[in-house]
Design a protein. Structure first.
Length: 473
């Protein structure tokens, strides 16, 4: 316990440093109305699209690489009972690894193709089960922890200029250096992560460089379409002008809940996502508000039907036995970010889904509210370091919690019973940047109350400590 106490004291010191930091330095402003890309680990606030004020020659190739290693531990627990998908009382530290190659090639005017092979291995705590807001966004529910090679992205991007004004893009992850229209229409077709384009946030979106927790890297209530590794196949159409962006996409759902295989029968299973982004300046400080709506359709199980089927019998409710084609899940996300000082930014998200049918792709969260702040380390002469502090409250729909209370299990949760309460999560991370080596080292601490929304299974909170190593060039 002394180990965890020392970690907790270290985290408390970081929180005090965060309060002292809010006042000086420089943060890269967000480009909230531009195409979403995986952010790089080179600045305190990560923009979703990097621009250069100095015109340069258009380049036809882009090549980048990233590797992220995360090791996590949690304290020993004393549960009053356990179910099939409970967080383990005692387990060894878990290691995760992802390695990605980002290759881009310009094809013709306005068109480029991007290819991202990826290797991932390792495991999350308890196999990424037992907590709605899982503590490591780089882990998947894959049974085999050995490294696996797979195709993350392969897609075509075509831009059409809608005006004469141009901006200059820097060479970046899945972005070619060169001129780009400031007012344009874009079509993206192929395999990608839907989160590359929707639910962007300059302060909380990428577990490789920012917050670790699942419900901070994305809106928890958005059951975003993806296979078990986080990727889908589809098309996203974008209309972008300075200060405003409209995006809409159609993409595939997995054939089974959180499964590896995508269903290409779009007439029966698909996800429709739409979002409007408005960027603005408040007292010369940039900000953005995003409103996202989604409707998913797949062969989902009904929580109410599963409970009614088991009523009066000795059978445990099973949502997989209550599935039917063309069931839907719909919801929305409100996502905001605001710079409040040259080195400090605030963010928040609220997300909701109807929660009548089973979670199909992301995680078992039906309502989520998150708020947080990020600061650079400029005050202590580390301008490229970043300090982040955030809090999350996750919840379930009435149907979902009744199913878990009756003993049912999803692919993330299943304690065998449920004394329902909101799941509360706090997270603090500090990213120590080493620009010379294109690397960053990030200690992280998370405290989780009522994991799995269960108020009675554990007598106290879960403490999770982690260390992340990220290399990118």
């Amino acid at each position: 316990m002394s180990f965890y106490l020392s970690r907790a004291l270290g985290v408390a010191s970081l929180v005090l440093l965060a309060g002292a930091a809010f006042g000086q330095g420089q943060v890269t402003p967000p480009a909230s109305a531009t195409p979403g890309q995986q952010p790089a680990a080179t600045s305190a606030q990560e923009p979703t699209h990097k621009e250069s004020a100095v015109p340069g020659k258009d380049e036809n190739w882009s090549l980048h690489f990233q590797q992220t290693i995360i090791q996590q531990w949690h304290n020993n627990l004393s549960p009053r009972y356990e179910g099939p998908h409970s967080l383990a009382a005692r387990e060894k530290a878990k290691l995760s690894l992802t390695t990605t190659l980002f290759l881009g090639r310009r094809l013709w005017k306005g068109a480029a193709v991007y290819f991202n092979p990826e290797v991932a291995g390792g495991s999350g705590l308890s196999g990424a089960t037992g907590i709605g807001g899982a503590p490591n966004g780089e882990t998947f529910r894959i049974g085999d922890p050995s490294p696996q090679v797979y195709l993350a992205r392969l897609y075509l991007r075509q831009l059409w200029a809608l005006g004469p004004a141009e901006e200059q893009d820097e060479d970046d992850l899945n972005q070619l250096k060169g001129r780009r229209p400031a007012h344009y229409l874009a079509l993206n077709v192929g395999k990608f992560s839907i989160a590359d384009y929707f639910d962007q946030n300059s302060y909380a979106h990428d577990p490789r460089t920012q917050f670790f927790n699942w419900s901070l890297m994305s809106a928890g209530g958005w059951d975003y379409p993806a296979n078990v590794r986080g990727y889908t196949v589809g098309a996203v159409l974008e209309y972008v002008q300075p200060g405003l962006a409209l995006r809409a996409g159609v993409s595939s759902m997995p054939t089974d809940a959180n499964g590896p295989t995508l269903d290409f029968h779009y007439g029966k299973a698909q996800a429709i996502t739409a979002e409007i982004t408005k960027s603005y300046s408040l007292n010369s400080h940039p900000g953005a508000i995003r409103l996202l709506g989604f409707r998913n359709q797949a062969a989902m199980g009904s929580y109410n039907l599963a409970v009614s089927q088991a009523l009066g019998t000795a059978i445990t409710p099973d949502v997989t036995a209550a599935r039917a084609e063309r069931r839907t899940k719909y919801g929305f996300v409100v996502n905001a970010e605001q710079e409040i000082a040259p080195n400090v930014g605030l963010f928040g998200r609220f997300s909701y889904n109807d929660g009548h049918n089973e979670t199909w792709a992301f995680t078992e969260i039906d309502r989520s509210l998150s708020v947080g702040a990020t600061s650079t380390g400029a005050r202590w002469k580390r301008p490229t370091d970043r300090l982040g502090v955030a809090a999350v409250a996750n919840g379930l729909s009435k149907d979902h919690r009744a199913y878990l209370a009756a003993g049912g299990s999803g692919f993330i949760l299943g304690d065998g019973r449920l004394d329902y309460g909101l799941e509360y999560i706090g997270e603090v991370y500090y990213s120590i940047d080493f620009p010379r080596y294109h690397a960053a080292l990030s200690p992280d601490y998370q405290i989780i109350f009522n994991p799995g929304y269960n108020t009675s299974r554990l007598p106290g909170p879960v403490h999770v400590v982690a260390l992340r190593v990220h290399v990118e060039f």
